[in-house]
Design a protein around this ligand. Structure first.
Ligand code: PMP
Length: 399
């Protein structure tokens, strides 16, 4: 008998499975709004100018040795400054354990493994809905997971009361996985005032916050504004953990570049926690890739390049915001009687359209438009050339 006769075929990933279907479609005007990867207004992948400049500076000037298990020191320092703020006492005091990770996914995985080893009995609370891979990551790490309310279908906005109730009802010391900004897939974020209340409630319950920040700068176009949630928690004295990804905001998707950090009581605790993160990383992949770390630290370490990066992040964020306005306008112009205000209210890369799975299927079969079956549209794939066709097709299937 064949050795692997009993291995069943795994179900397709809901996001990457869409890309496979898209590739197989031979239509010339097919549209991939599934995967969250930025496209320029011609629908092409974009490499930022600051990244190209950093690459020129790097080329020929570095060897190809291994990085240490915890990654490139300069990159980590710049990464923490970007997230926590350059005047962050926690960063200055060295009380944050941090390692370079394999982008946002790898950050989550390292933290989940750390939780499994050092936070026994701690359940992670995950928002409904969330980025589908969160469930896989905590499942594979062997952690207990449950959910908290986040999104209210009736308002297509935040279920703030539900979320607060779930925070208050969770056993003391639970872990809450929070999206720092540009919640995926809903595009619905708490306001600053709501973050303050969430922070207070979580403090009172001694909950541990784990912020997944995959979109800093990409949501509003302003890296400081997009970090407001974590800065509020830091001000309130939380000791939280943070996953950072440079996939979207620097367009470094395939470079797998990010940082995972854990705020500790003091430097000595940070040294111990960091040593354990290294032990986990060592067995999983030994050490992280170098090229992306060099690119990101070259940009973040040079004031002029960093300023250019800020401009380019804002351009990407602004293009998406413009597409939201156009999509809503074309939907309304098409004669749709449905409310579409949420298209412009939501922020970040995704529009949680409210379309049902059958309507999404019809978009695919009748219009060659691809998106995940939860109705999530990657706004980054919408362009001035395809937005009207998208709106008309959406109107067709939601009539
Ligand atoms: N977290 C969230 C919420 C995301 O949306 C994403 C990207 N889709 C990630 C993490 C991870 O992305 P990456 O591993 O490419 O940084």
């Amino acid at each position: 008998m064949a050795r692997f006769a009993d291995v069943p075929e795994a179900p397709k990933d809901p996001i990457l499975g869409i890309s496979e279907l898209f590739l197989a479609d031979t239509s010339s005007d097919k549209m991939n709004l599934g995967v969250g990867a930025y496209r320029d207004d011609n629908g092409k992948p974009q490499v930022l100018k600051c990244v190209r400049e950093a690459e020129k500076r790097i080329a020929g000037n570095f060897n190809m040795e291994y990085l240490p298990t915890n990654g490139f020191k300069d990159f980590i320092k710049h990464s923490l400054d970007l997230a926590y703020g350059e005047d962050s006492e926690a960063v200055k005091s060295g009380s944050i354990a941090a390692v370079q990770s394999l982008s946002g996914t790898g950050s989550c995985r390292l933290l989940a493994e750390f939780q499994k080893r050092f936070m026994p009995g701690c359940t992670v609370y995950i928002s409904v809905p969330t980025w589908s891979n969160h469930h896989n990551i905590w499942r594979d790490a062997g952690c207990e997971q449950t959910t908290y309310r986040y999104y209210k279908e009736s308002t297509r906005g935040l279920d703030f009361e539900g979320m607060m109730e779930d925070i208050n009802n969770a056993p003391n010391g639970s872990m809450f996985l929070l999206h720092a900004c540009a919640h995926n897939p809903t595009g619905v974020d708490p306001s600053a005032e709501q973050w303050r209340e969430i922070s207070k409630a979580m403090k009172a319950k001694n909950h541990f916050a784990f912020f997944d920040m995959a979109y800093q700068g990409f949501a509003s176009g302003d890296c400081v504004r997009d970090a407001q949630s974590i800065r509020i928690f830091a001000e309130d004295g939380h000791k939280f953990a943070l996953a950072q990804s440079f996939a979207k905001n620097m367009g470094l998707y395939g470079q797998r570049i990010g940082t995972v950090s854990v705020m500790c009581e003091d430097k000595a605790e940070a040294v111990r926690v960091e040593s354990q993160l290294k032990v986990i990383a060592r067995a999983m992949y030994s050490n992280p890739p170098m090229h992306g770390a060099l690119i990101a630290s070259t940009i973040l370490g040079d004031p002029a390049l960093k300023a250019q990066w800020y401009v380019e992040v804002k351009e990407m964020a602004d293009r998406i915001i413009t597409m939201r306005t156009l999509l809503r306008k074309h939907l309304e112009d098409s004669g749709s009687k449905l409310p579409w205000q949420h298209v412009t209210d939501q922020i970040g890369m995704f529009c949680y359209s409210g379309m049902a799975p059958e309507q999404v299927d019809k978009l695919r079969t009748d219009h060659h438009i691809y998106m995940t079956r939860n109705g999530r549209i990657s706004m980054a794939g919408v362009t001035s050339g395809n937005v009207e066709r998208l709106a008309k097709a959406m109107h067709e299937v939601t009539k």
